[in-house]
Design a protein around this ligand. Structure first.
Ligand code: T3D
Length: 261
């Protein structure tokens, strides 16, 4: 059966590839349903210890398929429930993934496509990548978590500029702004993302999940709340086999082997 989202699992790394290259990997209801299924599958599979999200062809993702959206408007369906049924669960699964998620941004990331990249933990961009908030260009406000993620990465003033002017940001500028972690030549992107993901997949998965949970919690609380959450998470980490064996390995001057449990 034809699919617009591919899913591969190699060396503990699930790679999810948006695969509608002729439509710049823009998002139809079908694509979003498949993407939701893929990210939830990666989240729930304990054999998956890191995730890569990327696109096929020249785009990462051009956001909502505006042809489908225009048809929904024409038919009086408005947003047709897509924020609740698709965008919100996809963003929640990406941000709440208890293991690292890398966006390998191969080309343009616009609208919700940009939001998806922002919802990942790390972003590696091709020199050919660019980022456009796009929403206000068509009279919309940000969705798919961009109001939350963007200003946390670049600060409120820059987030406002990117959202109000909606000008495209090229990869080099994205690196300067802190929107991406690194920029690589186009031919090196897939290998760079896979190498980093394999490295993370061989790491202490439970501790990585706790890092994400701690940062998310601390962002919305004061120091005393953050300290309490750290204590809760550290107690859970202390009980993991990875912590016990890595501590022994350190004392024996050996390299730790993490099993993700
Ligand atoms: O349900 C809801 O709608 C609510 C949720 C909304 C979430 C959102 O994501 S809203 C934002 C939607 N996305 C956009 O507004 C981006 C629109 N696209 C662009 O601004 C530009 O196309 C890009 C910056 C992405 C790329 O520019 P460029 O110059 O590299 O390519 P292009 O020539 O503009 O586009 C190439 C083709 O892709 C073209 O089709 P054609 O003329 O070759 O037949 C263009 O229409 C098509 N395309 C690009 N983006 C979309 C699209 N077709 C449908 N939907 C798209 N989003």
């Amino acid at each position: 059966m034809p699919t617009s989202v591919e899913y591969d699992l190699v060396e503990g790394v699930a790679t999810i590839t948006l695969s509608r290259p002729d439509a710049m990997n823009s998002l139809t209801a079908e694509t979003k349903a498949e993407l939701r299924e893929a990210v939830e599958r990666a989240r729930d599979d304990t054999a998956v210890r890191a995730v890569v999200l990327t696109g096929s062809g020249r785009a990462f993702c051009a956001g909502q398929d505006l042809r489908e959206h225009a048809a929904n408007l024409e038919a009086g369906r408005g947003l047709a429930g897509t924020l609740e049924d698709h965008y919100e669960p996809i963003i929640s699964a990406l941000t709440g993934m208890p293991k690292p998620v890398i966006a390998a941004v191969n080309g343009v990331a616009a609208g919700a496509g940009f939001s998806f990249a922002l919802a990942c933990d790390l972003r590696i961009a091709s020199e050919k990548a660019s980022f456009a908030t796009a929403f206000t260009k068509i009279g919309l406000a940000p969705d798919s978590g961009m109001s939350w993620t963007l200003q946390r990465l670049v600060g409120r003033a820059t987030a406002l500029e990117l959202l109000l002017l909606a000008e495209p940001v090229r990869a080099a500028e994205a690196l300067e702004l802190g929107l991406v972690n690194r920029v690589v030549p186009p031919g090196e992107l897939a290998a760079a993302a896979q190498d980093l993901a394999v490295r993370l997949a061989a790491g202490p998965t439970q501790a990585y999940g706790a890092v994400k949970a701690a940062l998310e919690y601390a962002e919305a609380t004061g120091l005393s709340g953050a300290l309490a959450k750290e204590a809760e998470l550290q107690k859970a980490c202390v009980r993991t086999a990875d912590h016990v064996s890595a501590t022994k390995a350190f004392l024996q001057k050996e390299q730790p082997v993490f099993e993700g449990r």
